[in-house]
Design a protein around this ligand. Structure first.
Ligand code: ADP
Length: 259
């Protein structure tokens, strides 16, 4: 009769193999669990602003409502929609980064005019919260970066500075150069980050004291995106913070000049 001859495998090799397969199966389970948790968190983040949107729209539609009150609700509608838009944009970018299908195109431009425009864009929302926004950029600093990606980085950081600062404090954006490097920092006088949590804030979905940031509309996605974007530029990001006093996020970019 017919018999297949199997290669002889030593007992200990077989043991190693079965262990490797078990580890693989465990990794797969863990990844599946992480993916499901991630999806659940995203679904939650998207449904919270949607609940507000629906609620405020219904109130704004009431015929008896006063004009200025209606306008207040409409402003909230716009703000919540913008926040959702940013969240979705960050998510799409995170997915692209994971697949390495993410491109940045750097160019040279002048820092002062660039950041002034960005400041003008966000200033109304700072004023609304009685936060003073200061911009310092003395020299004629040139930046070599992807202007759209840089905007995404600083909209995220400025949004955090605003979210985690009490009214009547100051947020400062400053740009300087040092040995062919561009240094951009954002300093706030906000609630600060606990020292034992500071190492984790750049991780996906990580939030300090989940409740404190969720009530402030946080998703734990922003800083993960910021870090990836900075590193895609060949730059670094650093954070210094004192609980109850405030935080400084510093980004250092290579001051290369395009060929
Ligand atoms: P979130 O959407 O929750 O703000 P981020 O990824 O942007 O997510 O930030 C991660 C966590 O880091 C936040 O939950 C918050 O606790 C903390 N954090 C970020 N920026 C600041 C800041 N300027 N001041 C205090 N805490 C901050």
């Amino acid at each position: 009769d017919f018999q297949v001859e199997l290669p002889k495998v030593k007992q200990d090799e077989l043991g190693e193999l079965s262990q490797a397969i078990q580890t693989l199966a465990r990794d797969l389970e863990r990844l599946k669990k992480e993916r499901n948790e991630f999806l659940a968190a995203i679904a939650h983040e998207l449904s919270t602003p949607l609940t507000y949107l629906i609620g405020y729209t219904k109130v704004a539609m009431r015929p008896e409502i006063q004009e200025d009150e209606r306008n207040r609700y409409l402003r909230i509608l716009v703000e919540e929609s913008e926040r959702m838009k940013e969240l979705v944009k960050n998510l799409v970018d995170l997915a692209k980064m994971d697949e390495n299908s993410f491109t940045i195109s750097k160019e040279n431009f002048e820092a002062k005019a660039y950041f002034q425009q960005l400041i003008n864009l966000v200033r109304p929302s700072f004023t609304l919260k009685d936060l003073e926004l200061t911009f310092i950029c003395n020299k004629d600093v040139q930046i070599y970066a992807d202007p759209l990606r840089l905007e995404q980085i600083f909209l995220n950081l400025l949004d955090n500075a605003k979210k985690y600062s009490p009214s009547y404090t100051q947020v400062t954006l400053s740009v300087s150069t040092e040995q062919n490097k561009t240094i951009i920092s954002i300093t706030d006088q906000g609630i600060g980050i606990p020292p034992d949590e500071i190492d984790y804030i750049f991780e996906k979905l990580y939030r300090v004291e989940k409740s404190r940031s969720r009530s402030l509309g946080g998703s734990g996605i922003g800083l993960a995106v910021v870090k990836e974007l900075v590193e895609a530029h060949g730059g670094t990001i650093d954070v210094k913070s004192t609980l109850g006093k405030g935080s400084t996020f510093t980004i250092t970019l290579k001051g290369e000049v395009a060929e």
